[in-house]
Design a protein around this ligand. Structure first.
Ligand code: COA
Length: 173
């Protein structure tokens, strides 16, 4: 995908595909959240290889887009990564052969929340799905994330399904 400028209520960010150089920042973003940190996204140096191999699997899969939003006005001249999300197109037979877009790992840096970055990324993902003829966009969110649920519902998502998880391996996974 081409880089895209997302307008915010004040300023803008650039949305682009993540590169391997972004990986440390993305790991920090995943850990920058108490619920995720408790699940094991702790930015531990020993986990680096696992993250690198996951990045390679995502990056080489044409159904996946791991994206970052960059604040061009950050201290670094190349911009500072302030948010991330992973988009996956899942083909399906249901709904007359409809594919669906799954949104995962949505994080905005804690210092950058409430600037409209998350809403701008979601609106772009919804418009991108519409343009690609993907009729359904779905995501799951930890039941404890009541603030995030308000965020998604304001964007038009409906809490219409109950998500189930089954831990096949130990709690660290
Ligand atoms: C949820 C999140 C992606 C929203 O991004 P954002 O750029 O802060 O969102 P916007 O500025 O567009 O919208 C603000 C709304 O986000 C939500 N929000 C703000 N801070 C939040 C936080 N720490 N945790 C969860 N949701 C939050 C609120 O609903 C807020 O609206 P409010 O005025 O009703 O309180 C971002 O806050 C975040 O990364 N939170 C922590 C991790 C998380 O919950 N991710 C979603 C996993 S499903």
């Amino acid at each position: 995908m081409n880089d895209v400028a997302l307008a915010l209520p004040a300023g803008s960010v650039l949305l682009r595909r993540a590169t391997i150089d972004d990986l440390p920042t993305i790991i920090d973003l995943l850990a920058d959240d108490p619920i995720s940190a408790a699940r094991g996204d702790s930015a531990d140096a020993g986990d680096r290889e696992a993250y690198e191999s996951a990045f390679a699997a995502i990056d080489s899969d044409p159904a996946q887009r791991l994206l970052v939003a960059v604040d061009a006005h950050g201290s670094d001249s190349t911009g500072v990564v302030v948010a991330t999300m992973q988009l996956t197109v899942i083909p399906g037979l249901a709904r007359r052969g409809s594919s669906r877009l799954q949104i995962e790992a949505v994080r905005v840096s804690s210092s950058q929340r409430n600037r409209g970055i998350g809403a701008a990324m979601m609106r772009w993902a919804l418009a991108d799905a519409r343009a690609a003829g993907v009729p359904l966009v779905q995501l799951t969110s930890d039941a404890a994330r009541v603030d995030a649920h308000r965020f998604y519902e304001r964007l038009g998502f409906e809490a219409s399904h109950v998500g189930f998880k089954y831990r096949v391996l130990s709690a660290e996974h």
